[in-house]
Ligand binder design. Structure first.
Ligand code: ATP
Length: 582
């Protein structure tokens, strides 16, 4: 009843114009907004609470009483666009805790846009354009779910705060009085999003920041005056920095036992290794190996039989001598590209901080080598000493799924059919490995889009299987379910076009919250929608993903069940493609 009273109060303050006949709108305390169908109100069918209030283009000339309307705490959508509403927007807006869509554009609101908007963590779209709002814009960079922010044609002043530009789909702050540098360095939004702010500057507007120029001039002036002291202290600092870097470089070099033997021949003497590598002072990106370990611990590079002919003859010596390039520094170690004897390109993964005995490591690698699947990148060789664990794979020239998804953010095409293929390949590969390695308790442990690689023929394969015990330190029985979760996240990346790693967002949480409120359409990658991918099948894939990311590991499906679901989805897709072919 309190809520009904508050809503009626909210309506009274909106002041419907004298031209409006509001008598049949239903907004009065003796009726119910849901059962009596108040004008502009939509309710949640399951629990009869008000979900949407849409009162657009109705000539209202009053003010918005957020304190009253937000008494309806289940409100998801408030649209009051294109009225003549005035007054300020009050801090009480933050009481509309679950608000997702806020449309206040095309009114005459003035005063600040309340800072408390930041408390609304579920907001997806904000449109406050075409008003008379002023003051500073709130910093919404932490709001990871926001897809639209439209604030053009107002009187906002001050610096443009940071936003999560990677995620935003629509952004416009043109025609205000904003000042300073544009913080968006993603280049996703063009000049039209920022223009009409005479004191705003940045690359996209093609005007260098006057502040920066001024600063440069001032700096050079100061430099002349204080140059003696500044130069001296800079030299000292640079020297210290160089010394520090030099020391770090040396530590980064591989330390491998010199008493090394290989399964396929070649014994290396300590001298030859020591002399060929300790002398070199290669840059950090070079794969340089020092013979610094003198404890006499023996270790060996085990070269596995490989389908790649050239790799079969690989000798440890070749690997050590080959120039190498650092291509990645992940959470679990560094990755180098090596081309021994100028032949086949390989990658060497150097794992750090893995508490595993040598015997256990060896057993694990041997088991992984025994189980082969065409969509799992095979291990070429491995090495294990007390300090070092190295894994060798063939280099895949076409990048990873992560890179492909990143490309879509710059407008590159990644079709639905290809996405579905990669998802199916990955599911099949994982299901196979899980089945074969169940008793050994060896799961992938680190599945993510950068570990799904594109092969020469643009197929896909899963790499780095079993290199890690799953991140949460879970027991092996659970490790398979951790893989299922990770696979679910990969599906979400394919569906949303958003990559988890670069944004640091909790994609699973975001998708869950959007889906819960029946805004499912909001999650899909716009490129897929534009391409005309079947919404029905995107929803089906989303449902599979949601099953995989279930909070309770026991309720997640096994990868074999995931494959069954995916196969029927692909069959549906194939049927539909076939029937639409002329
Ligand atoms: N065999 C390979 N061929 C070509 N590129 C590869 C290969 N293996 C990995 N990569 C790419 O090299 C980069 C670095 O890989 P790396 O495994 O070091 O990092 P990561 O997967 O981000 O982190 P983590 O240490 O958690 O595995 C990634 O972009 C990855 O896709």
């Amino acid at each position: 009843e309190d809520v009904i009273e508050a809503l009626v109060h909210f309506m009274e303050k909106l002041e419907p114009g004298s031209m409006q006949n509001t008598s049949n709108w239903g907004w009065n305390i003796s009726s119910d907004p849901c059962t009596d169908h108040w004008h502009g109100v939509t309710c949640d069918k399951s629990n009869q609470t008000v979900k949407n209030i849409v009162l657009e283009q109705l000539n209202f000339s009053g003010t918005v009483d957020f304190e009253s309307v937000c008494k309806e705490t289940s409100l998801l959508l408030l649209s009051l666009k294109y009225n003549n509403l005035t007054g300020s927007l009050s801090q009480e807006i933050s009481s509309c805790k679950r608000l997702k869509l806020l449309y206040l554009n095309g009114n005459q609101f003035s005063g600040n846009f309340p800072d408390s908007i930041k408390d609304l963590s579920e907001l997806v779209r904000i449109d406050i354009s075409n008003n008379e709002l002023s003051g500073k814009l709130p910093d919404m960079s932490k709001d990871t779910g926001l897809l639209s922010f439209l604030a053009q044609n107002n009187r906002f002043t001050g610096q443009l705060p940071n936003f999560n530009y990677q995620l935003l789909e629509h952004f416009d702050v043109s025609n205000n009085d904003l000042t300073g540098q544009i913080p968006d360095d993603t280049g996703r939004f063009g000049a039209q999003s920022f223009m009409g702010n005479p004191q705003l500057c940045g690359k996209v507007l093609q005007n260098a920041c006057p502040l920066e120029e001024k600063k440069k001039k001032k700096d050079s002036h100061d430099f002349l005056i204080y140059s003696g002291y500044v130069v001296l202290s800079l030299i000292v600092l640079v020297l210290i920095g160089l010394l520090f870097l030099k020391k770090k470089e040396n530590v980064e070099d591989y330390e491998i036992s010199s008493n090394t033997s290989m399964k396929k021949g070649v014994n290396n003497t300590k001298d030859s290794l020591a002399s060929s590598y300790t002398k070199s002072s290669q840059p950090r990106s070079e794969f340089s190996i020092t013979s610094a370990e003198n404890g006499g611990v023996s270790a060996s590079l085990v070269v596995l039989s490989s389908p790649v002919e050239a790799v079969n003859g690989l000798r440890f010596e070749d690997l050590l001598r080959a120039p190498a390039e650092l291509i990645g520094r992940g959470k679990h170690g560094s990755l180098y590209k090596v081309i021994p004897n100028g032949g086949v390109a390989l990658v060497v993964k150097r794992i750090k901080d893995w508490e595993i005995s040598r015997a256990e490591f060896k057993k694990r690698m041997q088991r992984i080598d025994e189980v082969k699947h065409p969509k799992v990148l095979p291990l070429v060789a491995y090495y294990c000493s007390k300090q070092e664990k190295l894994l060798v794979y063939e280099f895949q020239p076409n990048g990873s799924l992560f890179k492909l998804l990143q490309g879509t953010q710059n407008g590159q095409i990644f079709e639905w059919g290809s996405r579905l293929n990669i998802a199916c390949n990955t599911a099949e590969a994982l299901a196979f490995m899980h089945k074969e390695l169940k008793d050994d308790g060896i799961a992938h442990g680190n599945l993510k889009s950068s570990n799904i690689l594109l092969t020469k023929d643009m197929g896909s394969c899963v790499s780095e299987y079993g290199l890690m015990v799953a991140d949460n330190g879970s027991q092996s029985s659970n490790a398979f379910k951790v893989d299922v979760y990770a696979f679910g996240v990969v599906l979400l990346e394919l569906l949303t076009g958003k990559v988890v790693q670069s944004n640091g967002i909790d994609l699973a949480k975001w998708v869950n919250s959007v889906v819960k409120e029946e805004w499912t359409g909001e999650v899909f990658d716009k490129a897929l929608v534009v391409e005309g991918a079947s919404e029905e099948r995107m929803v089906s894939l989303l449902q599979i993903a949601l099953k995989c990311i279930n909070g309770s590991p026991d309720l997640r499906p096994g990868m074999d069940q995931v494959v069954t679901m995916m196969v029927s989805l692909r069959e549906e897709e194939d049927r539909s493609v076939a029937s639409s072919d002329p």
